[in-house]
Design a protein around this ligand. Structure first.
Ligand SMILES: NC(=O)c1ccc[n+]([C@@H]2O[C@H](COP(=O)([O-])OP(=O)(O)OC[C@H]3O[C@@H](n4cnc5c(N)ncnc54)[C@H](O)[C@@H]3O)[C@@H](O)[C@H]2O)c1
Length: 342
């Protein structure tokens, strides 16, 4: 099966490509390389790559693929707040355009990386895929809009699937430090403190990057009649945790670290506990990585690869990296690359 993976040079893409290749897929990537050089440890071996901006992809470039795995996006809430228009441009309009062109090119399956952030502030009850959506930020709103627009494209020749991923964790050679577990372990390694910038009560379901990759691999081959236009929460019941519980797992793993819960009212109002039964029942899919194992993995990789405080706060933070690229003239005002080499 020939698969185009957009955003393959990102945090999840760099883990997903080898998983799909091991499952027998012939993978081509598409990325404009915002984070191509943001590597900790051994650089990943990229597949053949279309080095283009998602907004400029052509129908010819999409011909010959059986499926598209669409990861490319400005991928978190602070980035969306920095430039909401560009977030909608890339995350919503360019995603729907990509799907339309893929369908025109004869691609039959389109796996979309959505997010559990679409549930917003959902309280303490479990939310399943039929729950009302309350996206709170341009990032989350863009994800809901894409899901809605892709439903309208679905027919017997084109199968969109929406994978609503929990917040990811775990080591990727193209590391992200701005997601909760990766961030807490990094701070603990670098400062000895596991610092929670809230009262710790928000629910934040987590899932390992490799478990996300496996969910996409499963959806590439699942029967069309099962998955057509279906949304799946991707994660596991055991990792439906509060931020305070996640922090406690980090204290257990990082020797000598201490917990500090500041009790501030955080800037992030998201809180949701997620029901993962549908993927289990319909796809036989279960995420297997626990938060404790992920924290131990991150601790090992950070220490073995000499993570520095500067990189942790700059190269591996999506917002800082893009601001740096804009500051040095590598990106224009629309966040398109002005040259191929960084
Ligand atoms: N990491 C998470 O916790 C998480 C959780 C839920 C959903 N998701 C979704 O999964 C996807 C991947 O997330 P990630 O953590 O790997 O993000 P990331 O920021 O690490 O990677 C995104 C990739 O997309 C590329 N990209 C962005 N805009 C582009 C454009 N205009 N043209 C071409 N390439 C472009 C970037 O260069 C980058 O390589 C995103 O859609 C994100 O919303 C991530």
């Amino acid at each position: 099966m020939k698969v185009l993976v957009t955003g393959h040079q990102g945090y999840l893409g760099s883990v997903m490509v080898p998983v799909l290749q091991d499952a027998g897929c012939d993978v081509v990537g598409l990325d404009n390389g915002y984070f191509r050089d943001c590597v900790l440890g051994q650089p990943p071996v990229d597949p053949p790559t279309l080095a283009v901006d998602l907004r400029d992809v052509t129908v010819e470039q999409l011909q010959g693929f059986d499926a598209v795995v669409h990861l490319a996006a400005l991928s978190n809430d602070p980035l969306g707040a920095l430039a909401p228009d560009i977030t909608y441009d890339i995350n919503h309009h360019a995603s729907v355009r990509l799907a339309r062109l893929a369908k025109e090119a004869g691609v039959s399956r389109f796996l979309y990386a959505s997010t559990c952030s679409v549930y917003g502030a959902a309280g303490d009850g479990l939310v399943n895929e039929d729950a009302p959506l309350h996206p709170l930020t341009p990032y989350a709103i863009s994800k809901v809009r894409v899901e809605d627009d892709l439903v309208a494209l679905a027919d017997s020749s084109f199968t969109p699937v929406f994978l609503r991923n929990a917040t990811a964790f775990g080591f990727s050679p193209r590391l992200r430090a701005d997601i909760v577990l990766n961030n807490l372990v990094g701070h603990a390694v670098l400062t000895g403190l596991v610092r929670v910038l809230s009262d710790g009560t928000p629910w934040r379901p987590l899932v390992h990057a490799r478990d996300i990759a496996r969910a996409f691999a499963v959806c590439l081959t699942a029967p069309t009649e099962v998955i057509n236009c279906r949304a799946y929460n991707v994660g596991s019941d055991m990792n439906n945790l509060t931020v305070a519980q996640i922090a406690a797992a980090v204290v257990d793993v990082v020797p000598g670290s201490e917990l500090l819960i500041t009790g501030e009212t955080g800037a992030d109002p998201r809180s949701y506990r997620v029901d993962f039964a549908r993927a289990r029942a319909e796809l036989g899919y279960e995420a297997t990585w626990s938060v404790a194992d992920g924290a131990a993995e991150l601790y090992g990789e950070y220490t073995a690869n000499g993570l520095t405080a500067h990189d942790f706060a700059n190269r591996f933070v999506r917002l800082s990296r893009l601001e740096q690229l804009r500051g040095c003239g590598e990106l224009d005002e629309t966040m398109r690359r002005v040259s191929a080499a960084v």
